[in-house]
Each structure stands twice: as structure tokens, then as C-alpha cells.
Design a binder for this molecule. Structure first.
Ligand code: SAM
Ligand code: SF4
Length: 365
């Protein structure tokens, strides 16, 4: 049985009839983990990165085997959904081997991935075959020049081709992720919605969050409330409220007669922390307990057990071998202990509160 008090995190032991559960000190059940597989990316989106990024030195980046160990530890602790993200997860060498290994984890119900879509023409089918159930593809404009301005280096035609490739691969669902920003793309709410609806794709509008300093604009001038986005969509579509959550903070609406759902992730205008079911691991092995706070635990220290030199030479062989070995009990104990650090809420809309300095690519968005 799960026993929770107001002050301690506990997990239930695994029995034949029950999975263990991680419950934080505010009573929230953590069953969803986002694993960042790289801080690098082929795009430089204006809300996510600066133009002249410095990326992590190789030695600080977890190996595929280390990421796998963390994913496995979480599933053994009752986590049923893992999402691979970054940075751009598809620029990580041999990411398919990691997906395959994670896809074989017995406790896992869903393996998810968030991508900028630029490599999906080659990667969509291997990802599906390797066990990815659902995929999120980010797209903020359907105008090639504007797409370039927002992503700085991205090409719209490649992403559109990637979306088509993904559509042909029978994923359980495909969702487009869109950040609407005043002065960049706030006149594209309806065109992006139409694009999704015509193809039976879900679309989620995400409010821009103050993670790190944006170099091309002031976030307080560009941030666009999802209440306004919703009003724009309601001018063309009838939206029906749903209780669908897809294990996240999205509030979903359905359009009668259509497959698509319209989601709103509104950290700036609506606090959803009371329902937070997730934690994130950066690719340095820092377990972040909240997107909007710095509370974290250093899992890399435990994974490397004092030996800070990672050995990437045999990354694939190490990954294969680690599927046969038990997960370290120290790692699981550290994860359980970290749940007590999970803060009650973020403070994104409080101007006198120190916001995180890490950018989204370092956070594992
Ligand atoms: N590269 C992949 C992609 O773009 O989908 C995965 C990583 S990206 C950091 C994950 C999501 O975070 C994307 O949908 C992106 O639009 C969103 N994102 C990045 N920075 C953000 C910010 N400051 N506020 C809100 N969303 C942000
Ligand atoms: Fe890259 Fe995704 Fe960040 Fe854009 S949002 S820079 S695609 S990691």
C-alpha cells in the first residue's frame, strides 16, 4: 500500500498485484519522466537558445548506457511513461539503439519523443519500429521565411516532409507543438490549427516560458496568453471541453466530427502545478524536480560512482551489456530521496522571483 504523509516521499514495494508508486510530499504521483539525450540541436529557436550557444563538453554528457540505466530505474520505481527530448534528440548518435533498449523495458506503458521534425524523413520509421508510441513535432510557422527567422537555421520544407513521413508510420498519435509569440507568429494561430485539423493531428499551444535569457527579444513583450489563442480558434471552430490529459499539463478540446484535439499548455496564465506528475533529467544527469525551479539531484555522480571519466568508445556494447545487469540500488535510492525536493509550484509570473537561468535546451523540454 502507498503510505504518504505531508512531509515524506515514499514508494510502495512491488508485489504481484501492485506496481510501486512515487508520491511526493504534496501527494502527487510521479509517473512520467522526460529524459534529455542531448543539449545540442540543428536549430537555434529564438525562445529556446541564443545564437552563439556553447554546448556541454563530451565528458559531462551521459552515455547512452547511463541514460538507459536512469530510464530503467524509473520504470522499476513505477514510472510508466518516458519521453526522450533535448536539445534535438534525433541529432544524438545511435539514439535508435537507446529507443530500442528503453522500448523493451517491462514496466513501460508508453515511450514518447519530442522533435523538431527535421530528420523525420529518415528517422520516423525506425523510431516507430523501435517502440516510440507517440511523437510531438514542434512547428511555429507555415511561412518559410518566418520559420527561418524563428528557428534561425531551420528549413520549413524539411519539417513538413518530416511530418508527412511520421503520418505514414502509424504512431498512436502525432501532436504539433506551437509557441505563439507576439510579433513573430501571432497571426498564424488559425493557419496552424487548420493545417493540423486537415491532417487529423493534435496541436498544442505552449506559452513561452522565461527559461534563461532570450537574445532576440524581451519575453515579457512576446509572451502570448493561451486565453487569447483559444479565442482566435473559437472564431472558426466549435471546441468541446474534454477531460483528456495524455499524461501532461495540456488542457484539451475536441472539435466535433474531427480526429484532432486542440491542447493548451499555459504555465504563464494558468497554474497546473497541483497536477504535476513529472520530473526531468538533463543530459548531464541532473534530475530536475520542477521546470521553473532549480531543485535538483546529481544522478551522474551516482552513475559514475566517483569515476568521472565516461568511456564513449564502446557506447553501443555498454548499452547492450547493461540490459543484462541489475540497476544499482544507490541510483534508485537517490531518485526516491530526490522526490522530497520537488517544490510545490513554479513562480513564472512573479516578477520578483529569481527565474531559472538555464535555457530550455539544457532543461529537457
Ligand atoms: N528539439 C525538440 C523540439 O523542438 O521539439 C525537443 C526539445 S524542445 C526544448 C521541446 C519543446 O520546448 C518544443 O516544443 C519547444 O517549442 C519548447 N520550448 C523551448 N523553449 C521554450 C520556452 N522558452 N517556452 C516555451 N516552450 C519552449
Ligand atoms: Fe532546438 Fe527544439 Fe530548442 Fe528549437 S526548441 S532550438 S528545435 S531544442
Amino acid at each position: 500500500m502507498t503510505i504518504t504523509t505531508n512531509t515524506t516521499t515514499q514508494t510502495t514495494p512491488l508485489t504481484a498485484s501492485s506496481q510501486p508508486k512515487m508520491i511526493d510530499k504534496f501527494g502527487r504521483h510521479i509517473d512520467y519522466v522526460r529524459l534529455s539525450v542531448t543539449d545540442r540541436c540543428d536549430f537555434r529557436c529564438v525562445y529556446c537558445m541564443t545564437e552563439d550557444m556553447t554546448f556541454l563538453p563530451r565528458k559531462d554528457v551521459l552515455t547512452l548506457e547511463e541514460i538507459y540505466q536512469v530510464g530503467r530505474a524509473f520504470t522499476e520505481l513505477g514510472v510508466s511513461r518516458l519521453r526522450l527530448t533535448g536539445g534535438e534528440p534525433l541529432v544524438r548518435n545511435n539514439v535508435i539503439a537507446l529507443v530500442q533498449a528503453l522500448g523493451r523495458l517491462p514496466g513501460l506503458r508508453e515511450l514518447l519523443l519530442t522533435t523538431n521534425g527535421a530528420q523525420l524523413v529518415q528517422m520516423a520509421a525506425p523510431l516507430r519500429e523501435a517502440g516510440v508510441n507517440r511523437i510531438n513535432i514542434s512547428i511555429d510557422s507555415l511561412d518559410p521565411d518566418r520559420f527561418k527567422r524563428i528557428t534561425r537555421t531551420g528549413r520549413l520544407d524539411k519539417v513538413l516532409a518530416g511530418i508527412e513521413a511520421a503520418r505514414g508510420c502509424n504512431f498512436d498519435r502525432i501532436r504539433l507543438n506551437t509557441v505563439i509569440m507576439k510579433g513573430y507568429n501571432d497571426d498564424e494561430v488559425l493557419t496552424l490549427t487548420d493545417y493540423a485539423v486537415e491532417r487529423g493531428l493534435d496541436i498544442a499551444f505552449i506559452e513561452e516560458m522565461p527559461l534563461g535569457q532570450a537574445s532576440d527579444h524581451l519575453r515579457e513583450e512576446t509572451v502570448c496568453s493561451n486565453d487569447w489563442v483559444l479565442e482566435q480558434i473559437q472564431q472558426r471552430y466549435t471546441l468541446q471541453n474534454t477531460s483528456d490529459t495524455t499524461a501532461g499539463p495540456s488542457r484539451y478540446y475536441r472539435i466535433p466530427g474531427e480526429r484532432s484535439r486542440i491542447g493548451f499548455i499555459s504555465p504563464m496564465s494558468h497554474n497546473f502545478c497541483g497536477d504535476c506528475n513529472r520530473v526531468r533529467m538533463t543530459v548531464e544527469g541532473r534530475l530536475l524536480l520542477c521546470l521553473g525551479n532549480e531543485h535538483s539531484a546529481d544522478l551522474r555522480k551516482i552513475l559514475r560512482a566517483g569515476n568521472e571519466q565516461n568511456n564513449r568508445r564502446d557506447e553501443m556494447a555498454q548499452l547492450e551489456a547493461s540490459e543484462e545487469l541489475p540497476v544499482s540500488s544507490e541510483l534508485k535510492a537517490a531518485i526516491i530521496a530526490a522526490m522530497d525536493l520537488k517544490p510545490e509550484r513554479h513562480h513564472f509570473y512573479e516578477s520578483d522571483y529569481a527565474q531559472p537561468v538555464r535555457l530550455m535546451n539544457m532543461t529537457g523540454g
